[in-house]
Design a protein around this ligand. Structure first.
Ligand code: TYM
Length: 331
């Protein structure tokens, strides 16, 4: 029996990279196991970038609605908001005390993000420790993620190993599960699709906005008549993860023959985005209109998640030499 776990930050609205790189493969993997999976919205992680309370709440509901619209069954799996389980912050402290400073200072994602920001917070620095706590708290076996999270998973395993060496075998070692074809989905500017780059496609959102996003995909200046290299084109890359194989092959041939413009390729991409997410888009809009329904589901999930979290935390507190429970016992 394997326990699947994954999370998505509520740092923006869910984008194609999240849907294809994380939510869809995570649900496939989760539904294939006998054991319920732990699937959550990483709103504490989102606090490293979002400082508007309204925006954070709004994003959290958007990500929750996306999980449900993509088919998550909240009665079968444990679906919750990270911040509803405060135990994760306590575990972050214990793990942080065993995490070598250089490991965090050299992490790609920290180095990359910190060079773009004028202010670099301690939260951004310790981000991977909170992520390790997310995974280890629930004793996850399999963590489906996009390739951009590879190093975070390595850090998690390093921290778990360090803890187990010092205090005994407390944590299971999680394995990352990567999705091959959508390993790192490009955004509309050709870099990795990411909320922080503002280069996303949001297939569950408003269709007019989706159309505008597709039209803004950056291409080179090869004239319509000239043959084009499909492998170097973002439109083609995105099309090829969404469209059926024969349609992808047809587009490839059109690129190679010439006489096919990027504008036409964009229309084809928009069409496949519009149609292949039609059912999910409708469900997404229904969930967005029902915050009370979302709250009820998330609260139920948090109760189940907390039970599991408290079991692990009790073992950890005992192992490190603290009292087994965090509640003060009155005498
Ligand atoms: P986040 O919120 O940036 O992304 C959520 C998931 O979507 C995947 N993803 C992509 N996949 C393919 N192509 C892309 N362009 C793309 N962009 C995002 C990510 O790989 C990820 O799987 N730190 C995590 C959230 C997190 C988490 C966890 C994940 C917090 N705790 C515990 C797993 C386990 C993050 O920032 O993901």
């Amino acid at each position: 029996m394997s326990r699947v776990l994954t999370g998505i930050q509520s740092s923006g609205h869910p984008h194609l990279g999240n849907l294809l790189g994380a939510i869809r493969p995570a649900l496939q993997l989760a539904d294939a196991q006998a054991e319920p999976a732990f699937l959550f919205i990483a709103d504490l992680h989102a606090l490293t970038t979002i400082h508007s309370p309204h925006q954070l709440r709004e994003n959290t509901y958007a990500v929750a609605a996306a999980w449900l619209a993509m088919g998550l069954n909240p009665h079968r799996h444990v679906f919750f908001r990270q911040s509803d389980v405060p135990e994760v912050c306590e575990l972050t402290w214990y793990l942080g005390c065993l995490t070598p400073y250089p490991m965090l200072a050299n992490a790609h994602s920290f180095k990359e993000k910190s060079t773009h920001l004028s202010k670099v917070s301690a939260g951004l620095f310790t981000y991977p420790v909170l992520m390790a706590a997310d995974i280890l708290l629930y004793q996850a076996d399999l963590v489906p993620v996009g390739k951009d999270q590879k190093q975070h998973l390595e850090i998690t395993r390093d921290i778990a190993n360090a803890f187990n060496r010092v205090y005994g075998e407390i944590f299971r070692l999680p394995e990352p599960v990567f999705q091959e074809e959508t390993m790192v989905l490009p955004g509309i500017d050709g870099r990795k699709m990411s909320k922080s780059y503002g280069n996303t496609l949001e297939p569950l959102g408003d269709l007019e906005e989706l159309y505008r996003q597709v039209r803004r995909i950056v291409t080179d200046s090869t004239p319509v008549d000239a043959p084009k290299d499909p492998e170097k084109c973002t439109i083609f890359k995105l099309y090829s993860v969404l469209a059926p194989p024969d349609a992808v092959e047809e587009m490839r041939q059109r690129y190679l023959r010439g006489g096919y413009g990027y504008g036409q390729a964009k229309e084809a991409l928009y069409e496949v985005l519009r149609t292949s997410f039609a059912t999910e888009r409708q469900a997404y809009h229904q969930w967005r209109a029902d915050p009370a329904g979302l709250e009820a589901i998330l609260r139920e999930g948090a109760e189940k998640a907390r039970e599991e979290a408290q079991k692990t935390l009790q073992l950890v507190r005992q192992a490190v030499g603290l009292s087994a429970s965090s509640s003060v016992v009155k005498t």
